[in-house]
Design a protein around this ligand. Structure first.
Ligand code: ADP
Ligand code: MG
Length: 228
C-alpha cells in the first residue's frame, strides 16, 4: 500500500444508469479526497445519487468516467479477485438495513467476512471482542429476528469491522432507527472511528447527523461541494 497517497481519492467521477430516451447521469464529475482516520459526511436529498456514489467509492460499482483510487491504487486496473481482496481487507460497509443473515446468530454473522482467514479461533475471539465493544456480547447467540433494530445495526457494525478496515462506508446507517437508537449508533460509530483511527464516509439526508461527521459535502447536480 502507498502510505503517502490519500486513502480514498475520486476525480471526475461520472456514473449513469441506462434509461430512455437518454441515460440518467447521476454523478457528473465528483471530486473527493479523504485521508486515513478522517471523517466525511455526504448530505443530499433522497434520489440525488448518494448510494450510487458510496457504491462507487466502495468498488461495488465502477464509474463510467473518472478515477477512483484507494491507497493510491486505481481500482479500474484491478481484476475481480484483487478488488474483492481490497474490499475485504480495507473496506467495511454498513447499510440502512442491517443485511444480517437471518438463519445465523449474531456471532456467526460477525464472523462471515472473516471466514477466509486461516486462524478461525483468532477470528472468533475477535468477533466476540467486537460484539462486546458494540454491547451485544450477551446477544451473541441470538438471531437477527430476535434483536431490536438498534441491536441489528450494532451487529452490522461489528461485522463491518471484523477484518480491521481502514475505511468504513455507511449508507444512511441510522435511517431505519428511532431517534434514541439512531443517536446511540452515531455515537458508537464516532467512538470506533477514533479508537481505531479508521476513516468514515457517512451518507445521509439528515443534516444533524451529517454535522456530527463533519466536514460536510453537499451533493448538488451530481457533484460534491464542501460546506464551509
Ligand atoms: P440516493 O441514495 O441519494 O437516494 P441513489 O444513488 O439511490 O440516490 O439514486 C440516484 C438516482 O439514480 C435516482 O434517480 C434513482 O432512481 C436512480 N437509480 C439508482 N439505482 C439505479 C439503477 N440500478 N438503475 C437505474 N436507475 C437507478
Ligand atoms: Mg440511498
Amino acid at each position: 500500500m502507498n502510505t503517502s497517497a490519500p486513502l480514498l481519492e475520486l476525480s471526475g467521477v461520472v456514473k449513469e444508469y441506462p434509461a430512455l430516451p437518454t441515460p440518467l447521469r447521476v454523478l457528473r464529475g465528483v471530486d473527493f479526497s479523504l485521508g486515513a482516520g478522517e471523517c466525511a459526511a455526504i448530505l443530499g436529498p433522497s434520489g440525488c445519487g448518494k448510494s450510487t456514489l458510496l457504491n462507487v467509492m466502495g468498488t461495488l460499482d465502477l464509474p463510467d468516467a473518472g478515477t477512483v483510487k484507494i491507497c493510491g491504487h486505481d481500482v479500474a486496473g484491478m481484476n475481480a479477485s484483487a478488488l474483492a481482496r481490497l474490499r475485504n481487507h480495507e473496506l467495511g460497509f454498513v447499510f440502512q438495513l442491517h443485511h444480517l443473515l437471518p438463519q445465523c446468530t449474531a456471532l456467526e454473522n460477525v464472523l462471515i467476512p472473516a471466514l477466509v482467514h486461516e486462524n478461525r479461533a483468532a477470528a472468533k475471539d475477535e468477533a466476540s471482542r467486537l460484539l462486546e465493544r458494540v454491547g451485544l456480547l450477551d446477544r451473541r447467540d441470538h438471531r437477527p429476528g430476535e434483536l431490536s433494530g438498534g441491536e441489528q445495526q450494532r451487529g452490522a457494525v461489528a461485522r463491518a469491522l471484523i477484518n480491521g478496515p481502514s475505511l468504513l462506508l455507511a449508507d444512511e446507517p441510522t435511517g431505519a432507527l428511532n431517534e434514541e437508537a439512531a443517536a446511540e449508533l452515531a455515537e458508537l460509530l464516532l467512538e470506533l472511528q477514533r479508537e481505531r483511527n479508521m476513516a468514515i464516509v457517512i451518507v445521509t439526508h439528515a443534516s444533524d447527523l451529517a454535522e456530527r461527521f463533519a466536514p460536510i459535502y453537499e451533493m448538488h447536480g451530481g457533484r460534491l461541494k464542501r460546506r464551509e
